[in-house]
Design a protein around this ligand. Structure first.
Ligand code: HEM
Length: 415
């Protein structure tokens, strides 16, 4: 067996907070190895990046998720008992529930709903002296998400609920007040949604048959039983919250539109291929989900290195999307690279890799792309606006990262 390159020291969690998305990349460069060993959160950890590493990570015979995510992430971002921490048959069955609401028709419906809410928002913004895109996009997406999922939402509630989802998203790597806000927002949201689930079950409210609310409320587990309403709420929030999180990608999309006038020109005809490639490049280029944790279910050897059962293993998503062996000039924003992308499920993994049905790959990847294409069309073609002087920089140590000004627009006009 070969020895893993090893970072000495008792614990490097602080370096993760300091270096953020670049923590793993920085060390793979230093070690000249796509895999190394360190200590994080008080335990031994193996970190890795690249296509081969992703293939390994998504091998269900070798890795499981139970007990892999830190408790603080479950308390805020994921929720207790959700699909992220299930394995095997139970995971597969629950994942099918998610994928059943992602039919081609449902995706097309989401695109139409998104377009409607962008049109309404653009009208609203015409009357505002200045628009902060992040907050506005959260509100827009919260309305769209609830409408699509069959969750009743009064117009007056949209911004409040959007802020709850926002607090959960921003609590991911936070400690102190931000973490508490995330926890608090989660408990309020779970109460709101679990009450709705009970009302659907008693027939007090009606949700469209194919909607997320109806499908999840009536879903039966492997034993043929309904899930408890709390768990259903966690899973419905696993649909609503990440749709609201697309506000982050909308800000990065706007940033790319602002900074890449040549690329923007190519979008003028709103051709689907161009929108698609631009959106793919936004997902590859900008940091969002940094890395994912799992644990081996048994001892095995890979490329000469020993993996022991249970050892914390992190797959670097950001580092894989920027790996110099996989991407030509990875630090340049070039949508056209996706014209010849080979479509591998393991080299482009902003929302996880592998298979959507049998693995943990993001259930919402397709819907994210649909929402982003529609949003891009608005940002590039269907609105005019000015970008006043502001801090458009973003940091690699903030997780999730976001342009610091949160994108301020003035003189907005729908065209
Ligand atoms: C899982 C990223 C949007 C629903 C994941 C994972 C990542 C991710 C990295 C983990 C994959 C793994 O564990 O292997 C993102 C990003 C998004 C996004 C960057 C952009 C905003 C969405 C949307 C939805 C969604 C819009 C739902 C409509 C889920 C679910 C899982 C998941 C349910 C758990 C899947 C499982 O454990 O089997 N996402 N996601 N995500 N995502 Fe997303």
């Amino acid at each position: 067996k070969k020895l893993l390159p090893k970072e000495e020291g008792l614990d490097h969690s602080l370096s993760v907070l300091r270096e953020g998305y670049l923590y793993i990349t920085n060390r793979t460069i230093g070690f000249q190895s796509d895999i190394f060993e360190t200590r994080l959160l008080g335990e031994r950890a193996i970190c890795m990046r690249g296509e081969e590493a992703a293939k390994l990570f998504y091998d269900n015979d070798k890795f499981e998720r139970i007990g892999a995510a830190p408790k603080r992430v479950i308390n805020t971002l994921f929720g207790e008992g959700g699909v992220q921490s299930l394995d095997g048959e139970e995971h597969h069955h629950r994942k099918n529930m998610f994928m059943s609401v992602m039919s081609t028709e449902a995706l097309a419906q989401m695109r139409t709903i998104t377009r409607k809410h962008w049109a309404l928002a653009a009208q609203r913004w015409e009357t505002m002296p200045k628009v902060q895109l992040y907050e506005e996009a959260q509100g827009l997406l919260c309305r769209a998400a609830c409408e699509w999922a069959g969750v009743p939402l009064r117009e007056g509630e949209a911004q409040e609920k959007a802020a709850w989802f926002g607090a959960m998203i921003e609590a991911t790597a936070a400690i102190g007040i931000k973490h508490m806000k995330g926890k608090n927002a989660r408990s309020k949201t779970e109460k709101w949604i679990s009450d709705l689930v009970e009302q659907v079950r008693t027939g007090e409210i009606e949700a469209p048959e194919q909607s997320t609310l109806h499908t999840f409320a009536m879903h039966r587990d492997l034993k043929g039983e309904l899930l408890d309403s709390q768990t259903v709420a966690v899973e419905i929030i696993n649909i609503l919250r990440p749709i609201v999180a697309i506000a982050i990608y909308i800000c990065f999309t706007a940033l790319a539109v602002i900074q890449q006038p040549e690329e923007r020109k190519k979008l003028a005809t709103a051709e689907e291929d161009y929108l698609q490639n631009f959106v793919q490049e936004v997902r590859r280029f900008y940091p969002f989900f940094p890395f994912l944790p799992a644990r081996p279910i048994k001892d095995f050897t890979w490329q000469g290195y020993g993996f022991e059962k249970g050892v914390l293993t992190l797959l670097d998503l950001y580092g894989t999307n920027h790996h110099p062996d996989l991407w030509d000039n990875p630090e340049k924003f070039r949508p056209d690279r996706f014209r010849n992308w080979n479509g591998s499920p393991f080299n482009f993994i902003p929302q996880g890799g592998g298979d959507h049905y049998t693995g943990h790959r993001c259930a919402g990847e397709w819907i994210t792309i649909e929402i982003m294409k529609e949003s891009l069309d608005y940002l590039a073609n269907k609105m005019e606006y000015d970008i006043p002087q502001q801090d458009l920089s973003f940091s690699f140590h903030e997780m999730p990262s976001l342009p610091h000004s949160r994108i301020v627009m003035i003189n907005v006009k729908a065209v």
